[in-house]
Each structure stands twice: as structure tokens, then as C-alpha cells.
Design a protein around this ligand. Structure first.
Ligand code: SD4
Length: 345
């Protein structure tokens, strides 16, 4: 066991936490879905499709792999799945019919990389990781990001699948831009094409992991809000908004209408609240309340969901509207949780 693990164990005992089982711990600062996993890895990710992504991440975590490798491998699953209409291949395009991807990754040493408005590359998260590891920069956008990806051996592909194209062509009949809440958990395009003018919209996977050494990492990747203006970038690749990791405090990620998440610098806010002692769920709730405070009219209509994990591997989420779910994988747990929300229907 590393010194860090010993310290965490000691500090948790010192905090007079209550043991509920071998690896579980209950805290007075928690009212919903809660579990503490000590000396064990844990991975959480947004929405139901996080289950499959978690499975890939878990393959790395269970053998003692690093959280950074786990989150990259995890989010690559929906990126490569054409049936997920909101991430990577098969992602919903912008209003010009172009699939533009936003993605970022961050590790336990405050190293981070991001790509914004990247076209033609399925695994945007891997390009983001290369930006982090091979350049003196943090963010590459658009053509520059594509050029960098191609120079580093990524293959150019058409990300607009026939199903996404058909849905976009139907959307063009009305061209009404209106994000749909909880679209991530709805039926994929190819199974049921959206009605003309339908509000096919947001979908993102945000993943947070703690590895067996107690180190945190996160990744967030998306095709962004459906039918956005070409060039629009949401919160997902913005370090501090859609994702933030601080190994001393915790990690957080976001999904939903990115404009509101950016305004509140959501993920960073949550990490700072956890540093102050808020549980992950309470910290997420506070951030959701901040979103309401900054833009109350809009907040009533849209969805934003936050997911967080603290340095003890405790996790929790909260959303504006009901319907936000997140997936959790530990050695003992492999399931979907439904996050509490401010609004009830
Ligand atoms: C964005 N936050 O581009 C992303 C979209 C999203 O669930 O999360 N959808 O604003």
C-alpha cells in the first residue's frame, strides 16, 4: 500500500466515518447514492451508455493500470460506436451537416489536453491526450487539431453516418435549434429517426476514475449540441467547465447545455467545493444551484447534469431536471444510478 493510501485511510478513520461493509463508508454529509471505495479502483461516467465505457476502463483499472489509460480507453467505446448519436462516429452534426468533436482529458498531475471543433477523427480523446503529451500546448482547434492528428497517424474518416445524415436532413425541414433534455438516454437515430424539427440534442460522455494507487483522471468527449452553429464549442473540451481533476480534492465532469456550464465554470467549482468538504453529490447540487442563479429563465427549460468523485473515491451526481443517470463500476458495483434533481418534472 502506498504512503498516500495509508494517509487516506488514516484521515478517513480520523474523520469518524461509519463503516458499512468491507469497502463501504457512510458519511453524514450525504443524502443519496453513496459509496466509498478505499484501496479499490472506481470509475464513473455520465448516462446509461457509461456502462459499456466503464467496462473498458475497468479492464485497465482492475489490473492496477493508471486512471489516465482507463478513462481514455473507456470513452473511446461510445466514440467508436455509430449507434451513439452524440459522441464520435455517428455523432449528430452541426447545422451545416458537419460532425465536429470536442474532447479533453486530464490526469492527476494537472496535465491536460483538449481538442475543439475537430472533424473527421473518431477518437478525439486520443488526439487530446497527444496534445497533452506531445506539445507544449493544451488546446488545439479545428483545422490545426486535424492537421496535428493526421501528422500523428490518425486516419481521416467520414463521421456522418447515413442515420445521422438522414436525421439532419429531416431537421433541416424546420431548422429549429432546441436542445432536448436527457437525449443521451433516448433511442438512437437508426432505430427511430427523429421527427422533423425534433429536438435531437445533447450527449456527452464524461468519465472519472480513481486507480489502485488513489490517483484520479478524467475525460470528456462529445459531438456537442446537435445542429449547433458551425464552429460552436461547448463546455466539454473546456478544462474547468466540462472537466476538472485535482488529485488532492477530486474530479468532476458535466453534461447538458454547455453554455450554462461554461458560465458557472462547473467542474472546477465542484472540485473546489469538495476541497472545502462538500460531498460529491452536495458539491454537484451547489453547482446546479449556481446555474439557476446565473440564468434562472433558461435553467427551468434545459438539462445540466454534474458528476463528481472526491479523493476518497466517493462519487455522486446532481442535475437540473430529472432523467440524468450515471454509471458506476467498482469491484462490487456495476450499475446505473439516477441522480437527484432540483426540478422534479
Ligand atoms: C455541449 N455539454 O456541447 C455538451 C453537450 C452535452 O449532453 O453534454 N450533451 O454543450
Amino acid at each position: 500500500m502506498s504512503d498516500r493510501r495509508k494517509f487516506l485511510k488514516f484521515s478517513m478513520l480520523g474523520a469518524a466515518a461509519t463503516f458499512v461493509g468491507k469497502n463501504a463508508l457512510a458519511s453524514p454529509d450525504h443524502d443519496h447514492y453513496y459509496e466509498t471505495v478505499r484501496d479499490e479502483p472506481v470509475v464513473v461516467s455520465t448516462w446509461n451508455f457509461g456502462m459499456e465505457a466503464n467496462a473498458a476502463a475497468w479492464e485497465i483499472l482492475k489490473d492496477g493500470g493508471h486512471a489516465l489509460d482507463a478513462v481514455e480507453a473507456g470513452v473511446k467505446v461510445p466514440e467508436g460506436n455509430p449507434d451513439v448519436s452524440t459522441v464520435g462516429l455517428g455523432g449528430t452534426p452541426d447545422r451545416d451537416g458537419r460532425v465536429t468533436l470536442d474532447s479533453c482529458i486530464m490526469d492527476d498531475k494537472h496535465r491536460c489536453g483538449s481538442v475543439m471543433c475537430l472533424e473527421h477523427i473518431v477518437h478525439a480523446v486520443s488526439v487530446a491526450r497527444l496534445v497533452m503529451e506531445k506539445t507544449p500546448h493544451i488546446v488545439l482547434v479545428g483545422d490545426g487539431a486535424l492537421q496535428f492528428a493526421l501528422e500523428n497517424g490518425f486516419k481521416k474518416e467520414n463521421l456522418l453516418t447515413p442515420a445521422s445524415k438522414k436525421a439532419w436532413q429531416k431537421w433541416l425541414q424546420t431548422s429549429k435549434y432546441e436542445p432536448v433534455n436527457n437525449i443521451e438516454n433516448k433511442v438512437p437515430h437508426h432505430k427511430k429517426a427523429p421527427m422533423p424539427g425534433s429536438k435531437t440534442n445533447h450527449d456527452t460522455i464524461g468519465m472519472l476514475a480513481m486507480d489502485a494507487n488513489g490517483n484520479l483522471s478524467g475525460a470528456c468527449t462529445t459531438s456537442g449540441l446537435a445542429y449547433k452553429i458551425h464552429g460552436r464549442v461547448g463546455d466539454s473540451p473546456v478544462i474547468g467547465a466540462g472537466l476538472y481533476v485535482d488529485n488532492e480534492a477530486g474530479a468532476a465532469t458535466a453534461t447538458g447545455v454547455g453554455e450554462e456550464v461554461i458560465r458557472a465554470v462547473g467542474a472546477h467549482l465542484i472540485v473546489e467545493l469538495m476541497r472545502m468538504g462538500y460531498s460529491p453529490e452536495r458539491a454537484c447540487k451547489k453547482a446546479v444551484e449556481r446555474i439557476i442563479r446565473y440564468n434562472p429563465g433558461e435553467a427551468q427549460k434545459i438539462q445540466v447534469g454534474f458528476l463528481a468523485m472526491n479523493k476518497y473515491g466517493e462519487y455522486g451526481g446532481y442535475s437540473l431536471q430529472p432523467g440524468f443517470s450515471y454509471s458506476v463500476r467498482t469491484r462490487d458495483t456495476n450499475r446505473i444510478f439516477h441522480a437527484p434533481s432540483i426540478y422534479k418534472k
